[in-house]
Write a new protein. Structure first.
Length: 542
């Protein structure tokens, strides 16, 4: 057996705290709410919990704009609640992964408050400032959230850089003092006994904005090695970097254990399979299954022992996977199970985004008044000005907008789905009488138990953790692969479409490990697959 880290056989569950469980009726999820649901998470079997940011924040970008890294957002609770969460989670063998947003702070962070006062303020150089070009910004860099990445600040007659909203000024990582402060803060959290960090847009910290280099800047990996050395390198924790532009070769730079940077990164190449090439995410095209197969197979085979994959279908920035790559309606649970089986038997660390395990679908809106997400709202403003119709813009938001996956967790069939006794901060549009956790727990064949079974399989079976991956030839919409380890082979077949398909098995089946079909319908090598059928089988030895 290879040298194992705990995170190589663990499954991570992501919580978007605002939307998980409200405990006091203010319509906003909170830490006591999360604590009250730890038994549910333990029953699912997850071993790590990634919390989207819970630090003090004015919430321009729902916590990704931090005004105090060492304080908890009052809406979410107190530091005592946080300490209790860490302890209570640990009792259930669950480690807490903190979301670390260090590419930028909030403009309400004391560092920025000081920095903006004058050019010679000691904190000025914590951020990135520049003179304009006449009436224009320093250059034409654009923010991820639309518009210029530079904001003019009249008091000192200079612009500051913000790759996200103008309330999220970018930190200047070239300043050693900034790095020391960040590392101190990380050590503060590590000392509390957390299980690791998810590092927000970390590929941007080595940026050279005046050369218009944002991702993968020249100093990026030097900073990460320094960070590792100064902070989490001394602990048995996991780290996962959010790296939008990463290729497998770039991922090896981050996750090759010899380089002492991160455990793994999130790759987003998979997310291009329903996007018009070269355009923005809002410009959609039908889901290209063959492309998905090629991308995932490439990541599975290229990293080898020089890196580690993270496996995910969705998160708080992405649409719900059933609405995106599966099917809502009568095929909802079937397609959800299919996607789960397909992903969870690959090599890497799987992530589940809250509600995925009960088959939640996209939240839908009828007007901009129902939208909270700053990225969607900025896009709407920009595209309406460019001549798109409101109907077109709403369709984009309903398909790709970030609120699709940020709506409250559906706990039961009571008022507001059991999320709150008050009015939820984001309205619930899904059919929670049909889709809810209580119902999923009551039905032995629900999607919840498929996830539970997949998690248990990974914990119990080294093949799932360590097995080599081979993509198999198949019909365009069928995804088939093998995992093999120490003479044993597991075959996974998934039909990612609403059409029937055929897959020919190389040998007879010895046993079915997991499936979303009621039974294997025949004993022949030719397997007839109904829409979204998926199965994992061990074949008879050669
Ligand atoms: O996301 C980084 C990022 O690039 C996303 O904004 C992404 O481009 C977009 O959401 C895709 O639709 C991280 C966080 O996950 C996100 O929630 C934050 O808004 C962002 O950083 C800024 O901190
Ligand atoms: Ca609350």
């Amino acid at each position: 057996m290879k040298q194992a880290h705990w995170w190589q056989s663990a499954i991570v569950y992501q919580i978007y705290p605002r939307s998980f469980q409200d405990s006091n009726g203010d319509g906003i999820g909170d830490l006591p709410g999360i604590i009250s649901r730890l038994d549910y998470l333990a029953e699912l079997g997850i071993e790590a919990l990634w919390l989207s940011p819970v630090y003090a924040s004015p919430n321009d970008d729902n916590g990704y704009d931090i005004s105090d890294y060492r304080a908890i957002m009052p809406e979410f609770g107190t530091m005592a609640d946080m300490d209790k969460l860490i302890v209570e989670a640990k009792k259930r063998n669950i480690r807490l992964i903190m979301d670390l947003v260090v590419n930028h702070t909030s403009d309400e962070h004391p560092w920025f408050q000081a920095a903006q006062k004058s050019k010679d303020n000691p904190y000025r150089d914590y951020y990135i400032w520049a003179d304009g070009q006449g009436d224009l910004p320093p250059n034409d860099l654009t923010s991820v959230f639309s518009g210029s990445a530079w904001e003019y600040q009249a008091a000192t007659e200079q612009y500051y850089l913000h790759m996200f909203s103008k309330k999220q000024p970018d930190l200047n990582w070239k300043n050693p003092q900034v790095r020391v402060e960040i590392y101190d803060m990380m050590n503060f959290w590590l000392a509390k006994g957390i299980g690791g960090f998810r590092l927000d847009v970390i590929d941007q910290i080595g940026k050279e904005p005046f050369r218009k280099i944002i991702n993968n800047g020249p100093q990026l990996h030097a900073y990460l090695q320094e960070m590792n050395r100064e902070t989490f390198g001394k602990y048995d924790v996991m780290t996962v970097g959010e790296t939008w532009g990463a290729t497998p070769e770039i991922a090896k730079l981050y996750s090759n254990p010899k380089r002492h940077e991160f455990s793994m990164v999130f790759q987003f190449e998979t997310m291009e399979v329903d996007q018009v090439p070269g355009k923005e995410k809002w410009d959609s095209r039908p889901f290209d299954v063959p492309q998905l197969k090629n991308i995932l197979a490439k990541w599975q085979t290229t990293l080898g022992d020089e890196g580690w994959n993270s496996l995910f279908w969705n998160n708080h920035d992405l649409p719900r996977v059933i609405s995106r790559f599966g099917a809502e309606g009568i095929l909802r649970e079937k397609s959800g199970k299919c996607l789960a089986i397909l992903l969870h038997l690959m090599k890497g660390t799987p992530y589940i985004y809250q509600g995925e395990e009960i088959g939640m679908v996209n939240r839908q809106v009828n007007s901009l008044a129902e939208v909270a997400d700053i990225e969607s709202l900025n896009m709407a403003q920009e595209r309406l000005a460019r001549g798109f119709t409101m109907a077109e813009v709403l369709a984009m938001i309903n398909r790709m907008g970030r609120d699709t996956a940020r709506s409250p967790f559906l706990w039961n069939d009571q008022l507001q789905a059991g999320f709150t006794t008050g009015t939820p901060w984001l309205s619930i549009t899904q059919d929670y009488l049909t889709i809810n956790a209580q119902r999923a727990l009551e039905q032995p064949d629900s999607i919840f138990y498929t996830y539970q079974q997949l998690i248990a399989l990974r914990k119990a079976w080294p093949l799932v953790v360590w097995g080599d991956f081979t993509l198999l030839a198949s019909a365009p919409n069928v995804f088939a692969y093998e995992r093999s380890y120490q003479g044993e082979t597991l075959l996974i077949v998934a039909n990612l479409s609403k059409e029937a398909a055929v897959f020919t098995l190389p040998r007879a089946v010895e046993r079915v490990v997991i499936t979303n079909r009621s039974a294997l319908n025949d004993h022949q090598l030719e397997l007839h697959l109904a829409p979204y059928d998926a199965l994992a089988v061990v074949l008879e030895p050669v």
